[in-house]
Design a protein around this ligand. Structure first.
Ligand SMILES: [Fe+2]
Ligand SMILES: [Fe+2]
Length: 321
């Protein structure tokens, strides 16, 4: 990837919340829809702020100045998305049926997650960020936009999608970088981190796992069931993650090996029934996306594809599925 060109694109494609025409009133909604949409957008604001915090970590750790600038624009993008989500929540809150607060599971999960990303390796952070962005882009935002069927929301989502396209392209570029021999050689040269820091990292990690399951269930899976009952986009998003993990250089990374081990245990004919529920509890994702979603032919193709092409294909899904 040409990072200098990416940075130009990041700067050129900046936009303002005020560009969106917020004036026209929303269509009439049922009580249940109004309450659900306002809640979804309130949660979306929290997720976007979380994304901003994660990119701020990546920005602070990037050694390449151009990459640091790219991440700085991503932080601005995610904060803008959070503002838009709040505006959308206000827009649909026509009757004020109740007070809306961010989902408590999301509130509990956020500080541990940010802490994990801060203390654990940047590589693990990137796996989470890429996963989160794929889920958000390929599945959640698109389904939410369809369910809401509102021209103002559509305008906002179109702009958000443009930003997210850049994010996903860079997320995949970073996976490529972290699985490269150059990064691994760099890592091998680095002195081991002090025990205190390592314990701190693992403590944050354990807490993330503890809070991940209720967060995914309440903010993500339950919302998806409502806005996309077929579950197609959900499966597509997780499939992208499985495909990138099929690349041998990615599959060899310790964190990806751990995830594959968990999946292997879950699908094992003898171990699955015994330890499956524990795997589901630890990873926090549901059985329907924990199973193998790819075919051998798809995995073979993924192994030969470039990371840029994989990112482009994931992005194309946003419009095609
Ligand atoms: Fe975003
Ligand atoms: Fe993003």
């Amino acid at each position: 990837m040409d990072l200098a060109r990416m940075l130009d694109r990041c700067r050129r494609d900046q936009w303002e919340v005020g560009e969106i025409d917020w004036e026209s009133p929303p269509r009439p909604l049922s009580v249940a829809d109004e309450v659900a949409f306002v809640q979804h957008f309130s949660d979306m604001a929290g997720i976007e702020r979380l994304a901003a915090a994660l990119f701020a970590e990546q920005r602070d750790r990037a050694s390449c100045p151009v990459l640091r600038e790219v991440f700085a624009t991503f932080v601005a993008d995610e904060l803008r998305h959070a503002d838009v989500a709040e505006r959308l929540a206000r827009r649909f809150d026509v009757h004020g049926y109740r007070a809306y607060r961010m989902n408590p599971a999301l509130v509990r999960f956020t500080p541990h997650f940010v802490d994990t990303v801060r203390h654990l390796s940047a590589e693990v952070a990137n796996v989470y960020i890429t996963t989160g962005e794929l889920i958000l882009d390929v599945a959640l935002l698109r389904s939410l936009n369809d369910a809401v069927a509102d021209p103002v929301c559509a305008q906002a989502m179109e702009r958000i999608n443009r930003d997210e396209s850049r994010h996903i392209a860079v997320d995949f570029h970073m996976i490529d970088y972290y699985s490269s021999p150059a990064y691994q050689a760099d890592e091998a040269r680095r002195p081991p981190r002090p025990l205190r820091r390592r314990l701190r990292a693992w403590w944050a990690f354990a807490n993330t796992f503890r809070h991940a399951a209720p967060f995914f269930r309440e903010v993500f899976f339950r919302t998806m069931d409502r806005v996309d009952p077929t579950g197609r986009r959900l499966v597509e998003a997780f499939k992208r993650i499985q495909l990138v993990s099929a690349k041998p250089q990615v599959a060899r990374r310790p964190f990806v090996r751990f995830l594959s081990f968990m999946q292997g245990t879950f699908e094992h004919p003898l171990l699955g029934p015994l330890f499956g529920p524990l795997v589901v509890r630890i990873l926090g994702i549901e059985a329907r996306v924990l199973v193998t979603l790819t075919t051998e032919a798809e995995r073979r193709r993924a192994r030969e594809q470039s990371f840029d092409d994989m990112a482009a294909e994931a992005l194309a899904l946003k419009h095609g599925v």
